[in-house]
Design a protein around this ligand. Structure first.
Ligand code: AMP
Length: 406
């Protein structure tokens, strides 16, 4: 670990700004999933125990963008959806202590009234246009009176925003939080020095989003690359198969062929599905059947990998020592097209039990792991979607680059 962490610096009695990821789903003021709040607790508790004055800040959704969209379309805008107040309340419960929450810009007075061990929370950072613009004035305002900056929000570290990058120009001591440290350790090892065999599984709808990560994995000579989800159809169509009404990114077909060639040249086993679950687009409920890829006809839509592919993917995972998985194997939100994704979730968990280090990232694959009750059987569930992919693509994340080196 190249970056300093909160444990490398003295924070007792210091004013510590922790950028957390409290971007949680909230409906009618009720938090529907508090995984991210729980994920931030180790760093917050550590800072409190050390006697720091703890200031927390996060974004929640995209208030200004949503407001603009609503105005353009003449739709109502619900400002109540974007306050972090329910999160401050939930956090008070978890910490067993009051968390003072910014209201009407009173953060300055809250901070000046703090004692060691107190926790104060900013309102949603993205309510200020300066956050996403990385406006230096806003960054300077956030940094006012701060001794130590801690970034514990890996999921937004790929963005150069005021609270992830700008602020670091105004604070001398900038370090990683404990959740960030865990992300950097697991993902860094997979990127730089993975135990082998190293198997990557990629799925989801869009190849275009995943090209940099596929290329980086091939460059780093992942041993096997398994491709599932609608992404596979762009490869199939590029090879000349008929893929019916399945999702394809036509403009990505030349790139798909190039990637297959790159994999071949690098000696990477590139494994595409051999069968899939298809439906007739006119009768999706009753027409589900598993067929070989080559028999797809023009009226069918492929929505999941088939049983033969599940077996092939399972076998490919046997004996793996490092597994990275990002993206569902099919349209997993709709039962029974979650079967492929759930089967892969189980296979990854099994391989982990047999000694593999498994890393699962991206909202959908993580949701599948949780749905299957396998979260504690995975070595590392990454909190990042885009950030995880960018990191594994070999890109330097601005929010990480800005932290002090050891
Ligand atoms: P992505 O954002 O590219 O990771 O794609 C995730 C989405 O891909 C999920 O909402 C899935 O429902 C969708 N998806 C995966 N496979 C398929 C498929 N075969 N057909 C339609 N949608 C799919």
């Amino acid at each position: 670990m190249q970056k300093k962490t909160i444990k490398d610096v003295d924070i007792a009695g210091k004013t510590v700004f922790i950028r957390v990821d409290f971007n949680v789903p909230i409906k009618n003021g009720v938090i529907e999933d508090d995984t991210r709040i729980k994920g931030a607790l180790p760093t917050i508790k550590y800072a409190v125990e050390q006697g720091a004055k703890v200031i927390l800040a996060s974004h929640l959704g995209r208030p200004l963008k949503d407001k603009k969209k609503a105005e353009e379309k003449g739709l109502p805008y619900d400002a109540g959806k974007y306050t972090l107040k329910p999160v401050a309340e939930k956090l008070s419960e978890y910490l067993g202590a009051a968390v003072a929450f910014e209201q009407d810009g009173n953060i300055g007075s809250l901070i000046s009234a703090m004692n060691n061990g107190d926790v104060v929370m900013h309102e949603n950072l993205r309510l200020d246009a300066g956050e996403e613009k990385n406006d230096p004035d806003f960054a300077k305002q956030l940094a006012d009176g701060i001794d130590v900056y801690v970034n514990d929000a890996f999921g937004t570290a790929h963005r150069s925003h005021a609270s992830t990058e700008g602020i670091t120009h105004f604070v001398d001591t900038c370090v990683a939080g404990l959740l960030m440290e865990k992300e950097l350790e697991f993902l860094g090892k997979a990127l730089e020095n993975p135990d082998r065999p190293f198997v990557a599984i990629l799925g989801g709808a869009k190849v275009s989003d995943k090209i940099p990560v596929i290329e980086s994995l091939i460059e780093r000579k992942v041993d096997k690359l398994l491709i599932g989800g609608a992404m596979a159809y762009t490869f199939f169509k590029a090879q000349g198969f008929t893929v019916g009404k399945s999702l394809v990114e036509d403009d990505m077909m030349p790139k798909a062929l190039e990637i297959e060639q790159q994999a071949k040249d690098a000696g990477v086993e590139f494994i595409l599905p051999t069968d899939h679950q298809v439906v007739d687009s006119y009768d999706p409920i009753n027409s589900r059947k598993a067929i070989q890829i080559e028999f797809t006809n023009t009226g069918l839509v492929g929505l999941d990998i088939g049983p033969e592919t599940i077996e092939i993917f399972k076998q490919a995972l046997e004996g793996a020592k490092t597994i990275v998985w990002n993206g569902p194997m099919g349209m997993f939100e709709e039962k029974p097209f979650d079967e492929g994704t759930i089967a892969i979730a189980n296979a990854v968990a099994e391989a982990t039990e047999k000694g593999a280090t498994s890393i699962v990232g991206g909202g959908d694959s993580v949701a599948a792991i949780n749905q299957a009750g396998l979260a504690d059987k995975i070595s590392h569930i990454s909190t990042g979607g885009g950030a995880t992919l960018e990191f594994l693509s070999g890109d330097t994340l601005p929010g990480v680059a800005a932290l002090n080196n050891r």
